[in-house]
Each structure stands twice: as structure tokens, then as C-alpha cells.
Design a protein around this ligand. Sequence first.
Ligand SMILES: [Zn+2]
Length: 236
Amino acid sequence: MRNYVDIASRVKNLNGPVELIGTVHDYPIYQIRLASSAAAPVPILLTGGVHGDEPAGVAATLQFLERDNTELLKRFTFVVIPCINPYGYVHGTRENREGVDINRAFDTMDVPEVAIVKKAIAQTQFSLAIDFHEDYDATGFYLYEGKRDEAYIGVELADAVKTIGPIDADDPGEEAPEIAAGVYKVATEWGTQGLAPYLLHFHSEHVIITETPTIWPLEQRVALHLGILDGTLAFC
Ligand SMILES: [Zn+2]
């Protein structure tokens, strides 16, 4: 079992306003807003831990929150939900306690984690949303991108982080159109069941799902996620 108390204490030690957006089976779900006082641009949403057995996404959001973002905060505002599925995180399960894959339930309101996230972001439009994931079968990284104007930057992003680790050679098998090796489109056929497609439809003109192979060391996976984030911000 992973320790969620460590996550909660790292969140509470941050220098920013931490908001408790909900509690599921006694596990608090947090949202942190990072903004400089001067600028208030349209925020960027970062999410991790939708799938509980993918810890690098949680680690990436926390590492991002704990690092010095002074320069970025001159240009950007961030809303971060580090762990959407704390029960799954603690118990190492993809699904929540009820066995629901939260990332296939965003077209409903009867899954508590989904309802909490939807309510938290209900009034907010984002310029970009990145949802950090992992893949147990992959040997390299890959990403999905959805962009309303279809001016995709995924190929450049993949190129920018390939020094951290290789692109996965295999098709992820999610029936997503391939843009280039390791870069796939968020498919319209997915509807709004997944978090990223839901955000693309209702809350964000640009979404990215990053996928790291769990066989890599945790630090390498975190570096890849943050490399994609920083690469994307360089385009914004
Ligand atoms: Zn996942």
C-alpha cells in the first residue's frame, strides 16, 4: 500500500492556496492554484493519479508544485489536482474502490471522484490541460493530443523529450489516429468519458495525455512528464 499521508503533507507544505475539493472514502482530494499576483491569464490544468496504479503522474504534479516556477508564473497560471483517485493510489488499483475506471466515467455524475473534479472546474476555462498517465506494457513514452484548432505540436514535444527516454515502438491500441511515431490524436470516438476528452469538449482548447512506461525508474518517468509540460509551455 502507498502512503497518502505523505502526499497530503507535501501538499500542505506548499506555498500556495490549497483547496480541499472533496473527500472520497476518507481520502481528501486537493486542488492547488499557482498564480502570481500581477498577472491572471487563463489557467492551465495539470492532473495526476486518475488511474491509481500510475504513481508517476502524482509525483510529477507534486514535483512541479515544489519547484521554483517564478519565471513561468509571470506568463501562466496553473490549477493542479495532484491525485484524483487517492483510494486507487493507496491500493495500487487503476480503478476507484467501486471498481470504476474514473477515466471512462466523465460522462456521468454518479462517480464521486468525477463529480468532485467536475464541480471544482465547473466555472473554469483552461488554455491547456495535461493529464499524466502511465503504461504497464510500454517500453517507451508516448502522448495523445487534442486541439480544437488542430494545430498539433505533439511531434515537436516528443522530439524535445527524446533525450530523456525513447518513444514507445508499439501502437497503444486505443484506436486513436496516429500523427507520428508515439503521437496520437485524442479521438472524437472516445466521446467525453475520459478526463482529457471531457476537458477538450467543455473546458480546454488544447489537451495532452502523457504516458510513461512503468518499467522506467520513477525519476525518469517524472522527468518525461515535466519535460512534456515545459516543452508545451515553450510553445504557448
Ligand atoms: Zn492511465
